[in-house]
Design a protein around this ligand. Structure first.
Ligand SMILES: NC(=O)c1ccc[n+]([C@@H]2O[C@H](COP(=O)([O-])OP(=O)(O)OC[C@H]3O[C@@H](n4cnc5c(N)ncnc54)[C@H](O)[C@@H]3O)[C@@H](O)[C@H]2O)c1
Length: 271
């Protein structure tokens, strides 16, 4: 986290969902470092306390506290993206508190259950409902609520979040419903880019690979890091900052003529 003299997003307002910890926090901090005022939306604004490594990395401070330390305005809002009324109200509150909205990062999401729970022919109806709501439906509801505010301003950036699981099956078929939901996000992103392009709004998707957040570092150790790294061309796990770098490209003028794409941030991974 650092003050930068390069502030291409000064005067812009951004919202990041699922920004209380992990990759979402890195997105929010990067946007603030680039000069934006950043709203933090999460179902639990202190979710970083659930993971010791996340709490340590943040020095015990919440994402909105870190944004204030950078001299930016922020608002922290508790909302669940699986509930359209909840995320709709939160987006309205962002605009009421910070004045306008130009940048949205739909990061809230994640898998659920074990490799077996998520096999394509075993996944229960409840598992399907949970994972599709948390990822695909949550992303659609967030974009729908935000687009109402961004459209008409002549400039905007919407970034959704998939996964390498959205375009490659894991060996044996695990995390199939998560992969299907993320694939749905990729297709939804392409369509939204077509609709909003004439309004000066780009819409793109980031597809992270193995990113060593506080939560997943433990899982990578349990699965055997050396084996996993054999499948990564760059032979290292990604970091939340690697993802934030790709976001920086998409939301600044560097990515001005890029829309409707999915950008892998996976170090050249094969599942
Ligand atoms: N970490 C990885 O290796 C990886 C790889 C590919 C894709 N992704 C995607 O990146 C995103 C972030 O992943 P992460 O590893 O940082 O996750 P994480 O579990 O560490 O953090 C997710 C955050 O989102 C919040 N959240 C979850 N469900 C929510 C909901 N319904 N409404 C509002 N907030 C909610 C949580 O409280 C938490 O703060 C997810 O969409 C995930 O699918 C992560």
């Amino acid at each position: 986290m650092s003050e930068r003299s390069y502030q291409p997003l000064a005067g812009k307002v951004a919202v990041v969902t699922g920004a209380a910890r992990g990759i979402g926090r890195a997105y929010a901090i990067r946007l603030a470092e680039l000069g934006a005022d950043v709203a933090v939306v999460d179902r639990n604004l202190r979710s970083f306390t659930e993971v010791a490594a996340e709490e340590e990395a943040a020095g015990g401070r919440s994402t909105d506290e870190l944004i204030v330390a950078l001299g930016r305005r922020t608002v922290g809002l508790t909302a669940d993206v699986t509930d359209p009324d909840s995320i709709g109200a939160a987006i309205n509150e962002v605009v009421a508190a910070l004045g306008h909205l130009e940048i949205v990062v739909c990061n809230a999401g994640g898998g659920s259950g074990s490799m077996t729970d998520s096999l394509p022919s075993h996944a229960t109806a409840q598992h399907v409902e949970t994972v599709v709501q948390r990822n695909l439906v949550g992303t659609i509801s967030t974009c729908r609520a935000a687009a109402r505010h961004i459209r008409g301003q002549g400039w905007g950036r919407i970034v959704t979040v998939s996964s390498m699981a959205g375009n490659m099956p894991f060996r044996g078929g695990g995390y199939s419903i998560y992969g299907a939901a993320k694939a749905g996000i990729e297709m939804y992103t392409r369509s939204l880019a077509q609709e909003l392009g004439p309004h000066g709004i780009t819409v793109n998707c980031l597809a992270p690979g193995y990113i060593a957040t506080g939560r997943l570092s433990v899982m990578f150790d349990n699965l055997g890091s050396d084996d996993l790294l054999e499948s990564v061309a760059l032979r290292r796990f990604g970091t939340p900052d690697d993802c934030a770098g790709a976001l920086e490209f998409l939301v600044t003028d560097l990515g001005a003529y890029v829309t409707g794409t999915v950008i892998p941030v996976d170090g050249g991974s094969m599942t």
